[in-house]
Design a protein around this ligand. Structure first.
Ligand code: IPE
Ligand code: IPE
Ligand code: MG
Length: 247
């Protein structure tokens, strides 16, 4: 049986989030510069998006650029931004044809204006699509997201729109970038790094974590299927005991 056939359609995660890591190391292994790895990472993005859409996953979030990534060498940042602009331009038609909606999380204000403009246009062109939401995390920092949510909630309290005793988990959810997106059931980070790097800290409270050894530019549909199969073999207990889950 192929990996894809092993997937139980009734137990599909509705949201998969991916920390796409290992581009630089992959390039190095090929004797090339780091940016070569980012260029090849686009193939993995395409494969993963296709695999998720074909399976029927509703939300796919890809961590493409963290707020901390601004600390990288200027040349690498520029190349990443150019690649982002080119990829959005090249892939918009495919998103339209495949009924996929492009969304973003993160603070877009600091991105180059051409990039913001492209994103805006593609979001507009795909706004009514409902097969899958492809969510790019760009200039994203989970701590910043939580900080902004806290400020907004405090403001609403100060202005008398919200009572302190009414603040609950939903209030916080509703003030995050991900307000209308369910929490990911599955979080994947490639390249054998076992850390979260300021990604969706609140949202992954009960996510299943999966750390394949593959470097991002080598990640293919089969690897995504493998991750889903692995996820489906986990027992998600949410604090209960095994016997309570099995009834
Ligand atoms: C992930 O690959 C891509 C981005 C962070 C933009 P890296 O560039 O982090 O590659 P490694 O981890 O250095 O190999
Ligand atoms: C996390 O990868 C950010 C993205 C994948 C966009 P990094 O490679 O930047 O993370 P650290 O610095 O190794 O934790
Ligand atoms: Mg990295």
């Amino acid at each position: 049986m192929s990996k894809k056939e092993q997937i139980d359609q009734d137990k599909l995660p509705s949201h998969i989030a991916i920390i796409m890591d290992g581009n630089g190391r992959w390039a190095k292994s090929q004797g090339k510069k780091r940016v070569f790895g980012h260029q090849h990472g686009v193939t993995a993005v395409r494969e993963t998006t296709e695999a998720c859409a074909e399976l029927g996953v509703q939300y796919l979030t890809l961590y493409a650029f963290s707020t901390e990534n601004w600390s990288r060498p200027k040349y690498e940042i520029n190349t990443l931004m150019e690649l982002l602009i080119k990829t959005i331009r090249d892939e918009t038609e495919t998103l339209v044809e495949n009924n996929i909606r492009l969304r973003t999380i993160g603070n877009l204000d600091d991105l180059p204006s051409e990039c913001r403009q492209n994103l805006k246009e593609t979001k507009k062109a795909t706004a009514g699509h409902d097969r899958m939401d492809l969510i790019l995390a760009l200039n994203y920092s989970s701590r910043y997201e939580i900080q902004q949510a806290t400020r907004q909630i405090a403001k609403e309290v100060a202005e008398g729109q919200l009572r302190i005793e009414d603040i609950d988990e939903n209030t916080i959810n509703n003030h995050l970038y991900t307000a209308t997106i369910p929490d990911p059931e599955l979080l994947i980070r490639t390249s054998s790094e076992h850390r979260v790097s300021n990604f969706l800290l609140w949202q992954i409270a009960y996510s299943e974590l999966y750390f394949p050894a593959k470097l991002w530019p080598e990640f293919r549909k089969e690897d995504l299927y493998q991750a889903v199969v692995d996820y489906q073999n986990r027992e998600r207990r949410f604090g209960k005991i095994s016997e309570q889950i099995q009834v």
